[in-house]
Design a protein. Structure first.
Length: 462
């Protein structure tokens, strides 16, 4: 039996909150209207910057093309909608957009740009319904009732409160709705959460169960209280859980082909300019599904790894800070299906970890810099910010490949690659983190020694 499922656009398919609080928007509002952020928890531009409705409309007129065509949907949106439709459900977008209901050229333009943006990102749905922005809740309710929507995914508080009285509502977590108290909703941090919750709602209606609907993610404390046998069984169930998420292998392979092409172009320039030394290439596995771990010294590191590992383009699925999306390399990281994280936001950390699990579960490699940020001392390894890489290895039984870089790109930068190893499930995360640090630190020290020897040799010869 198929169900009719509704998705809001701005705030659900697109992370509008992230866009509105981006540096480019903040800088624009300051320069154009002399306005600062007064309420980061606000729902729209008007609330966030405390501006008039006229300024808000003026802002969107200036940003509508960039937002509609260049700003990407949330990660896994295409894959999730494709899977829901393949399962026999119908998916509708029910959205309240400024000017979208106008019969003017402006209204036509808003609709065309939005629909073109969906096509550019490969998102196929059954229909789109544009609702009244000034009376969004009532307008969306009427649209949902007309389409017989069973499940609606929404982020606006007013809309959630009304719709949840008539249907199942999944609330996409945002700063604006985090204080919302409503027992009739299910919360989601990201699109994978949406998929799980849709499956749970359908399962409850049809009294069915599977690895997704029956899985209960345990807390750190709960796992610590488990026996080794219980933890082993739990981790095995996690493997099945993450393999059950929507995933498009063909799309991922296409992305890697693009990255590999870019790597081939960049490598010629990089090698001629820096003449790097690469040691341990024989340790690079031919298989996929590995966790590459490296120290992080400067912005050239990513390019070095991209060039050094060309032909192994699956390595380029890194965990990177969200801010990179506002910089020039942002499109490259988007293409590489990176896991983006805003470290100070808990739900962002949870979502990025989920992205890494999904990639590894489908045997695509990931790249993690456990120091978290650039090591500006450029000497000893910094303390690791987290345990994500050792936890991933432990749960999924996937090998870690340590890589160490030198800091000096003026004299033959060095990349040293170690043999893969798997973190035993019997090891505590604290011990695994310490062991990982020692392994990578040893590689860094070997690089420093070689760099000093080469420098000494150069001075002797000159």
């Amino acid at each position: 039996m198929g169900y009719n499922i509704g998705f809001d656009a701005d705030g659900v398919i697109y992370d509008t909150e992230l866009f509105q609080l981006s540096n480019q928007v903040i800088d624009f509002m300051k320069k154009e209207y002399n306005l600062d952020v007064i309420n980061p928890d606000g729902y729209g531009i008007k609330d966030v910057f405390g501006c008039s409705k006229e300024i808000e409309l003026d802002f969107w007129e200036k940003f509508v093309i960039k937002y509609s065509l260049l700003y990407r949907p949330r990660t896994w949106t295409k894959e999730t909608i494709d899977k829901l439709r393949a399962d026999g459900n119908k998916v509708f977008i029910i959205t309240s957009k400024a000017c979208a209901l106008e019969k003017s050229y402006r209204g036509i333009g808003v609709r065309l740009l939005f629909e073109l943006g969906l096509k550019l990102n490969g998102i196929k749905i059954d229909d789109i319904v544009y609702c009244d922005l000034d009376n969004s809740a009532e307008s969306k309710l009427q649209a949902c009732q007309k389409l017989n929507i069973t499940i609606m995914v929404e982020d606006a508080v007013e809309n959630i409160n009304l719709l949840s009285k008539h249907m199942d509502v999944i609330c996409m977590n945002t700063l604006n709705n985090e204080s919302l108290e409503n027992d009739n909703i299910i919360r989601a941090d990201d699109i994978p959460d949406v998929y799980v919750n849709v499956q749970k709602i359908i399962a409850s209606r049809e009294t069915k169960s599977n690895s997704l609907t029956s899985m209960h993610i345990l807390s750190v404390k709960e796992k610590e209280e488990m026996s080794l046998e219980e933890k082993d069984a739990y981790y095995d169930s996690l493997i099945d859980y993450y393999k059950s998420f929507p995933f498009d292998e063909r799309n991922m392979n296409n992305r890697e082909s693009i990255i590999n092409l870019i790597a081939n172009i960049y490598s010629k320039i990089f090698y001629s300019k820096y003449d790097p030394i690469i040691l341990g290439m024989e340790n690079i596995p031919k298989e996929k599904g590995f966790i590459y771990v490296c120290n992080h010294l400067c912005d050239k590191d990513m390019i070095f790894l991209l060039c050094a590992l060309k032909g192994l383009s699956s390595c380029w699925h890194p965990l990177v800070k969200m801010e990179i999306l506002e910089q020039k390399p942002g499109i490259l990281f988007r293409t590489a299906q990176s896991a983006f994280v805003k470290r100070e936001v808990l739900r962002s950390r949870r979502s990025s970890m989920k992205d890494l699990f999904i990639l590894l579960s489908n045997y695509f490699n990931v790249l993690i810099f456990p120091e978290g940020t650039y090591n500006k001392t450029q000497n000893n390894l910094k303390d690791f910010q987290g345990v994500s890489h050792v936890y991933l290895s432990q749960v999924l039984r996937r090998p870690i490949v340590n890589m160490a870089l030198t800091s000096d790109y003026s004299t033959n930068p060095i990349l040293r690659i170690d043999e893969p190893y798997i973190v035993p499930r019997t090891m505590s995360l604290a011990d695994a983190k310490e062991d990982s640090f020692n392994r990578l630190s040893s590689l860094v020290e070997k690089n420093k020694k070689l760099s000093l020897e080469r420098r000494s040799e150069w001075y002797d010869n000159n």
